[in-house]
Design a protein around this ligand. Structure first.
Ligand code: PLP
Length: 419
């Protein structure tokens, strides 16, 4: 469900014609729908009605301040993976008590920052990290609330790059080491054991892996209870998939229903960390056709957005639907939609059937709200694109397009090169 629809063959975001925004802000740009974001959060949260819960939006999917602020204002918490995301979250108004901190490589300064801010909990991914957090808490005269991120060893059956809950993955603590990890944490002087966490992967399109993971975690929580260690927060992570092409992820009611069913007897507060499912279909990338090019064996549509602007196609071989902003062309062509970058991996689509376009036409790369702008880079000295949010009949540039001066900001010449 989203608010990108055609009226009289023109693509609209809510009540604004996408072409009107392109005329005013130039291309390429990311475009987010306020109504879609809001609705996605409300629907996700409501699916867990009847159970004590905190939804912590996973910031890394889209960290624009406007997006963060919108969720914060709806009562959402935040899942962060870096000091930078903590900064962004606090700036956007998330109370520290609604922030959980995951990630395998937390650094001293990041741990200190989170301890000073007073976050809800650290999702700890190794024994070594646990020891460091305990040390830093001692130095800062704080107590560190922790959950161990347990690796439930379930196969999320998603792309290997975004599967995180297998024994061979770098994430979390193996479930057979969880009990000893908890015993150790419990004995540490400056650490409070408050939770258990997992996150099994991303773009998961079945309910089963979540059910299996929860089953494993529940058994561990019960075992810990017998040992006198009481877990208050059970963090199920994120990972629910969306429809890019023809995937059929379980509906929210089914996903949430099975979690509620398994947890209703447990005296726990549930935490869930949705990222993609909240923002993915709430954003598109708008790009303009530069050239049509007929190769020997292929047609190419060269557009002004490249892999540096949207990395998912080349990184994960991900599919993004590509729609014309002005519909109506009857003739179809099969083409590679490619960017201006000097890499053969610079594509948005391969062998795609799209309506015949010409130079100057606008294309919408759909479902680009998650892991889009946040993964963009300045490769080939391409300034980062603008981000725009629509609400009703209004639109706002929520991140200005970078200029050339931004490209060299922060660089300096050593003495021996100055003359
Ligand atoms: C990335 C991530 C998420 C969000 O994943 P989605 O697939 O976008 O829902 C949640 N928790 C952790 C720990 C993550 O690393």
């Amino acid at each position: 469900m989203h608010h990108f629809n055609y009226h009289h063959d023109q693509l609209y975001c809510e009540d604004v014609a996408v072409s009107e925004i392109a005329d005013k802000v130039g291309t390429p740009f990311y475009l987010y729908s306020h109504a879609t974001l809001k609705r996605h959060f409300q629907a996700f949260d409501a699916a867990f009605d009847g159970i004590d819960r905190l939804i912590c939006y996973s910031a890394k999917a889209n960290t624009n301040q406007a997006v963060l602020k919108l969720f914060a204002a709806s009562g959402c918490g935040l899942d962060i993976v870096s000091g930078g995301e903590l900064y962004r979250g606090l700036q956007a108004g998330y109370p520290a008590r609604r922030i959980v901190y995951s990630g395998v490589g937390k650094k001293v300064d990041e741990i200190d920052y989170a301890l000073q801010a007073g976050i809800l909990m650290f999702n700890v991914e190794s024994v070594a990290e646990l020891e460091l957090i305990n040390q830093r808490a001692a130095v800062l005269k704080k107590r560190a609330p922790v959950a161990l991120r347990v690796n439930p060893d379930v196969d999320a059956r998603t792309h290997p790059y975004i599967s995180t809950g297998l024994k061979k993955n770098k994430f979390g603590i193996a479930s057979q080491n969880a009990l000893s990890g908890y015993a150790m944490a419990d004995a540490l002087e400056h650490v409070d054991v408050v939770g258990m966490a997992c996150h099994i992967g991303s773009q998961i399109t079945e309910a089963r892996p979540f059910e299996d993971a929860l089953g494993n975690l529940k058994a561990l929580v019960t075992e810990l209870q017998h040992k006198g260690i009481n877990i208050r927060y059970l963090d199920m992570g994120g990972g629910l998939g969306i429809t890019y092409e023809n995937e059929t992820p379980p509906p929210l009611t089914e996903y949430a229903g099975s979690i509620i069913e398994q947890l209703k007897e447990m005296p726990l507060r549930l935490i869930v960390e949705p990222g993609r499912v909240l923002v993915g279909n709430a954003g598109i990338l708008v790009t303009r056709v530069l050239y049509l090019k007929q190769g020997d064996i292929k047609n190419f549509v060269v557009v002004d957005a490249g892999m540096n602007d949207l990395m998912r196609p080349t990184l994960y071989n991900a599919y993004h639907a590509i729609e014309p902003v002005a519909a109506g062309a009857k003739e179809l062509i099969v083409a590679d939609v490619v960017g201006p970058i000097c890499e053969s991996g610079d594509f948005l689509a391969i062998d795609r059937s799209i309506p015949l376009v010409e130079s100057g036409d606008l294309l919408a790369v759909m479902s680009a709200g998650a892991y889009g702008y946040v993964m963009s880079s300045n490769y080939c000295s391409r300034p980062r694109v603008a981000e725009v949010m629509v609400k009703g009949g209004d639109f706002h540039v929520v991140k200005r397009r970078e200029g050339y001066e931004d490209l060299i900001r922060g660089e300096s010449l050593p003495q021996f090169l100055q003359k």
